[in-house]
Design a protein around this ligand. Sequence first.
Ligand SMILES: [Fe+2]
Ligand SMILES: [Fe+2]
Length: 194
Amino acid sequence: MAALLSPRNALTIARIVRVNHAGEFGAIRIYSAQIAVARRLYPDCVPMLCEMLGDEIEHCSLFRSAMPARKSRPCRVMRFWSLGGWLLGFLTALMGRRGIWACTAAVEAAVHRHLDDQLHFLSGKDDALHAVILSIREEELAHLHHAEAQLANEDMLVKALRAVISLCTNVLIWLSTWGDSVRMAATLRHAKTT
Ligand SMILES: [Fe+2]
Ligand SMILES: [Fe+2]
């Protein structure tokens, strides 16, 4: 980790690790629920969903390992991520293959935006965490591209679903940080423009 971090930057880094860990846990729950439904209804989707689940498990453990050195702890509302993620995965899977891939596209696009902001902020401040996020970003992007390829024609239903899921994702992020996510986003935006 880079030395001489200001308390404010150290706090932002601790928050980044916490919200990313919670997000990866939420993704694990989404894909687990979708796999449970897909095994019965759309077995052709199962191999890719299992591959993405494996990636999310790996990402979650990387952020968990990054916590102690940054004085970060799992967020206090992991049960929201657990229940919210599972419900989101279950309900979208019941809508069919398009529901599954619209959910993946919405979640992974939100993740990708956050990771990009974080990479910009962490550059020169925490090189180890920067490297972890950079390696994860490639896999998240592959998840996003795979989902978008399955949604060749985005009709109104898919667009509406993506918008609702993006909103749900942001609400979960807000809840997991009790509003810190808004301040964190402002800090990251500020870093981007200076
Ligand atoms: Fe992930
Ligand atoms: Fe992902």
